[in-house]
Design a protein around this ligand. Structure first.
Ligand code: ADP
Length: 440
């Protein structure tokens, strides 16, 4: 029996507070019982949070930071009381598995075109042409033949950290691969056959010092209906260790920017690492191209986030117990157009340096602040620590005082990716002290 199901027959004294009936319900319990995956940064954040107590094995819990494997095995059998929170939506994979994400985006694009016309639909043109393999093999071959000489990337749908990925330019490479795959998958049923996607390789990435990079952006969804989305100010760019060139396509250190790949490069320097903080990138681009260009770029990234979430809004099983902290992977091309590469349900929280640890610690702490098990928020906040509310059943705006002209205020999107993250100052002003005493 899962810990959540244990709750079914017991009265849990603590009732959380998200958006409703706060203090009275809360008074009965003086701690929050959490269950957590054994990963360092997450464990540290929960362990150090006042009045949070870890439960082991089958103990009752109020908050669970689980992995997707736990979710798959337990979620459907669990009864959860009103106040309980868990860090994934039941069918998160609709957005976070590479083939399903593209399927949902293609459908969303088609519906937009039908209902609102081409211009509106073109706002979803932010993912490279992608085909599920092997089911869309023939469609892919048609597209391949229309673009002779172009480069493609083959990716397993359910793996991560660059595992099993390769680039190719000739159909013969994939014919051999296809034969091998069909032999090994003969036993499986058709539903499991689509285990790869083939995608147009972005051949003109934006380079800094000759190196390719992609961006990791953190997005917190606390509800799908209505859609409520928070964007974190920090993030980073992950650089490849070799200078980019299209003359060789076999060098993973040149073409794949995953930290887990780059760490194994022979010339990887752990002191220097392979990351830039988002603020550093934003400053670099602003110095080079000016504020307007950079604001357009960051606005385009906001667009990617919101439209990708809208593409699964009707598919994801909305559940008031669930929230999700997504890791978006975005690549810039040399025209500063951002492309969505993938969305991760369990972005790595393993730190690659002290600075990285502090950033991830703050991110996770602020995730707990937004989820607000302690009931310290009013529900009206547009900012909590490093998170800015970007969508609340519609765009969220901020009053931009710099643009104030003739008594009328201009409104801009309430997003500040790569801007100063003075989270502690904000939290000091925003949050009442923790209301509960730790129970010994
Ligand atoms: P994984 O889940 O294994 O990390 P990704 O889809 O994120 O797989 O791809 C790994 C890396 O490969 C990315 O971080 C990026 O550097 C590179 N990559 C993936 N898709 C493309 C693409 N279409 N064009 C250019 N580079 C890509």
């Amino acid at each position: 029996m899962t810990s959540a199901s244990v709750l079914k027959n017991k009265t849990s004294g603590y009732k959380s507070s998200i958006d409703h009936g706060k203090s009275e319900e809360r008074e009965g319990r003086n701690c929050i019982r959490y269950k957590c995956v054994p990963l360092n940064t997450i464990k540290d954040v929960m362990h150090q949070r006042p009045n949070w107590i870890e439960v082991k094995d089958d103990g009752e819990w109020d908050f669970n930071w689980c992995d997707v494997g736990w979710l798959r095995e337990n979620f459907d059998h669990a009864y959860m009381e009103e106040h309980v929170r868990i860090n994934h939506f039941r069918n998160h994979y609709e957005l976070t598995r590479k083939n399903l994400m593209v399927k949902n985006l293609k459908r969303f694009h088609k519906n937009l075109e039908k209902d609102m016309g081409r211009t509106e639909a073109s706002k979803c043109d932010f993912f490279p042409s992608t085909y599920a393999m092997p089911s869309e093999y023939h469609l892919f071959v048609e597209e391949f033949n229309r673009n002779p000489g172009s480069t493609w990337i083959m990716k397993p749908v359910a793996k991560s950290q660059g595992k099993g990925i390769f680039l190719f330019r000739k159909l013969k490479d994939i014919i051999d691969w296809k034969k091998d795959r069909s032999r090994s998958e003969e036993q499986k049923d058709a539903a499991h056959l689509d285990s790869y996607v083939v995608q147009r390789y972005i051949e003109n990435p934006y380079l800094i010092n000759g190196r390719k990079f992609d961006l990791r952006v953190y997005v917190l969804v606390t509800s799908y209906v209505p859609l409520k989305v928070w964007l974190y100010r920090d993030g980073f760019a992950r650089f490849s260790s070799s200078r980019f060139s299209l003359s060789t396509i076999d060098d993973k250190y040149m073409h794949l920017t995953n930290v887990s790949v780059q760490k194994t490069a022979p010339d990887y320097d752990p002191e220097k690492g392979c990351k830039w903080q988002m603020q550093q990138l934003r400053r670099y681009l602003t110095a080079k191209y000016g504020r307007e260009v950079v604001e357009t770029l960051f606005g385009d990234m906001d667009n990617i986030i919101i439209r990708s979430l809208q593409s699964v809004q009707k598919v994801i099983i909305n559940d008031k117990h669930c929230f999700e902290l997504y890791g978006y992977d975005i690549l810039l091309d040399h025209n500063l157009k951002p492309w969505l590469i993938e969305v991760n349900a369990s972005p790595s929280h393993a730190p690659s340096s002290q600075e990285d640890y502090e950033m991830k610690y703050g991110l996770l702490e602020d995730t707990l602040n937004v989820v607000d098990m302690e009931g310290r928020l009013t529900g009206q906040e547009k900012r909590v620590g490093g998170f800015d509310l970007m969508w609340n059943d519609g765009p969220v705006y901020t009053e931009d005082l710099n643009l104030q002209t003739f008594g009328s205020l201009s409104f801009t999107a309430n997003t500040h990716l790569g801007c100063v993250n003075d989270r502690e100052k904000n939290l000091r002003q925003l949050l009442k002290p923790f209301p509960l005493q730790k129970k010994i």
